[in-house]
Design a protein around this ligand. Structure first.
Ligand SMILES: C[S@@+](CC[C@H](N)C(=O)[O-])C[C@H]1O[C@@H](n2cnc3c(N)ncnc32)[C@H](O)[C@@H]1O
Length: 290
C-alpha cells in the first residue's frame, strides 16, 4: 500500500486548469495518477518511473486506462525529460513529481532501502542502474563518505562511523543493510527515542545512489520548458535540501514563469495523523508564463 500524499491539493491545482496532457514523473503505485484520471476526464496521462516494478504494476492494475489510450506508462528517469520523445507538441498542462521512495520500495527487504529489514546494500530505485549503496560504502574514500553523510544526511559528526566503516571493510566488505545499521547503532547509540541512529546515513546513501539532488537540480529548467503556456509544475518533496533547490529554481526562472504561491503548501493535521509519511511533505507549484 502506498498512500498518496497531498492528494487533494494536487488534484485541485491540476483540475483548475482543465488539463489535456499530464505527465506524472514519479508514478509509484499510481495513487496520484488514478485520482487525476478520475478528476480530469478530458486528460491523458504519461506516467514515468525509473523502477521497472512500478511500470509492471501500472500494466497490471491500469489495464482499462492503458487500453483506452488515456494512460501510457514507461520505464524512464524524469531527470532525462529533455530526451522524452512522443510528448505533446503543445507541451504538458501539468507535470507532477512526488519525490523519494514509495512504500513498497521501502517494505521489500531485497531492495535494500530499509534498516528494519535485512537485505542487500542496494538502494537503487532503478534496478538496471550500476551504482549501489554497497559500492559507495566499500569504495568511497573516508573524506568522500564524511562529506556525503554531512551534506545529504545532515549528520553533524559522521567521522566515528566513517572511521569504523573504513576499518571494518578492510577485513570484509559490507554487503547487507543489517551489517551497516548494526555498526551505526554500535558507534552512535540511540540518542533520540524512536529515531534509529542509521536513519540519516541511509537517507544520504539513497540520495547519492539515485542522484536525487544533482539530477533534480539539473532537470528543473527542462521540466519548466516542457510545460505549455499557463501549465503547472507541481512538486512534492520530503527533504529540506530538495525543497530549497526547488524554491530557488522556481523563484529564479523569471523568464519562464513564476511560483504560484510564495509560501509552501503542507499537509493538514488530519493527513499527518492518518499518514505519518506525510509529515515532512512540502508542495510547491510553478506556473509557466503566457
Ligand atoms: C513517492 S513515490 C510516488 C508515489 C505516487 N505518487 C503514488 O501515488 O503512488 C516515488 C516514485 O518515484 C520514482 N522515482 C523517484 N525518482 C525518480 C526519477 N528520477 N525518475 C523516475 N522515477 C522516479 C520512485 O521509483 C518511486 O516509485
Amino acid at each position: 500500500m502506498h498512500k498518496p500524499v497531498l492528494l487533494d491539493e494536487v488534484v485541485t491545482h491540476a483540475k483548475e486548469i482543465e488539463p489535456r496532457w499530464i505527465l506524472d514523473g514519479t508514478f509509484g503505485r499510481g495513487g496520484h495518477t488514478r485520482a487525476l484520471l478520475e478528476a480530469c476526464p478530458q486528460a491523458r496521462v504519461i506516467a514515468l518511473d525509473q523502477d521497472t516494478e512500478a511500470v509492471t504494476h501500472a500494466q497490471q492494475t491500469f489495464g482499462p486506462e492503458i487500453g483506452s489510450g488515456r494512460l501510457s506508462a514507461r520505464h524512464f528517469n524524469f531527470h532525462a525529460i529533455a530526451r522524452l520523445t512522443d510528448r505533446p507538441s503543445e507541451g504538458f498542462d501539468v507535470i507532477l513529481l512526488d519525490l523519494g521512495v514509495s512504500s513498497p520500495q521501502l517494505d521489500q527487504a531485497e531492495r535494500g532501502f530499509s534498516f528494519y529489514h535485512d537485505g542487500p546494500l542496494d538502494m537503487r530505485m532503478d534496478p538496471t542502474a550500476d551504482l549501489t549503496a554497497a559500492e559507495i560504502v566499500n569504495n568511497w574514500s573516508e573524506v568522500e563518505l564524511n562529506d556525503l553523510f554531512a551534506a545529504y544526511g545532515e549528520v553533524r559528526r559522521p567521522q566515528r562511523v566513517v572511521r569504523a566503516i573504513v576499518n571494518d571493510r578492510k577485513e570484509k566488505p559490507y554487503t547487507s543493510t543489517r551489517e551497516l545499521s548494526g555498526l551505526i547503532e554500535r558507534v552512535e547509540g540511540w540518542r533520540k527515542k524512536g529515531h534509529h541512529p542509521a536513519t540519516q546515513y541511509f537517507l544520504a546513501l539513497r540520495m547519492a545512489v539515485n542522484e536525487e539532488l544533482s539530477g533534480l537540480e539539473a532537470c528543473l529548467p527542462d521540466l519548466m520548458r516542457a510545460l505549455r503556456p499557463g501549465g503547472r509544475l507541481i512538486i512534492i518533496t520530503f527533504h529540506s535540501l530538495e525543497d530549497r533547490i526547488i524554491k530557488y529554481a522556481f523563484k529564479g526562472a523569471t523568464e519562464l514563469g513564476q511560483p504560484l504561491y510564495k509560501k509552501v503548501i503542507t499537509p493538514s493535521r488530519e493527513e499527518e495523523r492518518d499518514n505519518p509519511r506525510a509529515r515532512s511533505a512540502k508542495l510547491r507549484i510553478f506556473q509557466r508564463g503566457p
